[in-house]
Design a protein around this ligand. Structure first.
Ligand SMILES: [Zn+2]
Length: 254
């Protein structure tokens, strides 16, 4: 894990390597194209996954990070399949928020059939709050207290009525390439692999296309990624300002 304090505009916090790409890869690509500094923090290494070794998954995450143009990819190495919102986990994440100073956090939706996703949602929300507590920052002895302005939830399995939908049509091919970087997760490994490891079937890529088509349709775009805000979205919210300054041109996607 990098000890450097690389400043970020946006940090996505996800349970497993590939969650951030699947749920927010288009928004990340669009922000990066607009010159914003985006990082991803994976809380686990996905070592309980049936397909691929831990080394495979690390290499895949590295390739996906390069495709998206991430400034930083970190992995907390918490236990996959047993992720819990412990005091230690939330304080480690809070320390990373103070160190890398993102203005916006993207995190899992709090309702999800996968317990790791629910735990990751809670860790991110609690860390977001704690990152702004001065005494806790002093106790930790690192950078001063600083809370990101906003936290938005991204979509995994359980649908929600979005607070905003980001048009990712122009960067959708890049998003798919980042997901395809996780090659071990996309196809059955051997004859005993029925392709039913994923909750709703094996064809992850097709499900991403369907969901993003559906949400794109809701805003008159080809592909869209939905986000949920707890409470109303301010017209001055930094994510909206960043997206407004990063119009969906798709420049540099090929
Ligand atoms: Zn996941």
């Amino acid at each position: 894990m990098s000890e450097e304090r690389i400043p970020l505009d946006v940090l996505a916090i996800a349970a497993h390597p590939d969650d951030a790409e699947i749920s927010a890869g288009g928004t990340i690509a669009r922000l990066v194209e607009g010159g914003y500094r985006v990082g991803v923090l994976d809380l686990t290494r996905g070592e309980m996954g049936t397909r691929g070794t831990q080394e495979d998954r690390e290499e895949e995450a590295q390739r996906a990070s390069e495709l998206l143009g991430l400034r930083l990819r970190l992995n907390l190495g918490l236990p996959d399949g047993r992720l819990e919102a412990t005091v230690e986990a939330r304080e480690r994440v809070a320390a990373l928020l103070r160190a890398h100073t993102p203005r916006v956090v993207l995190a899992h939706h709090s309702v999800d059939p996968h317990p790791d996703h629910c735990a990751a949602a809670r860790i991110a929300q609690e860390a977001w709050y704690l990152s702004g507590l001065r005494r806790l920052a002093e106790l930790a002895g690192g950078p001063p207290a600083r809370r990101p302005a906003r936290l938005y939830r991204f979509l995994s399995h359980t649908a929600f009525e979005p607070s905003l939908v980001v048009d990712v049509s122009a960067v959708f091919s890049r998003k798919l390439r980042a997901i395809q970087a996780y090659a071990t997760q996309l196809s059955p490994q051997d004859a005993s692999d029925t392709g039913r490891h994923f909750l709703f079937g094996a064809d992850l890529e097709q499900r991403v296309i369907t969901k993003n088509r559906y949400h794109g349709e809701s805003i008159g775009a080809e592909y869209g990624e939905p986000f949920l805000s707890e409470g109303p979205v301010s017209a001055d919210c930094p994510l909206l300002a960043m997206l407004a300054a990063a119009p969906p041109t798709g420049a540099g996607t090929e």
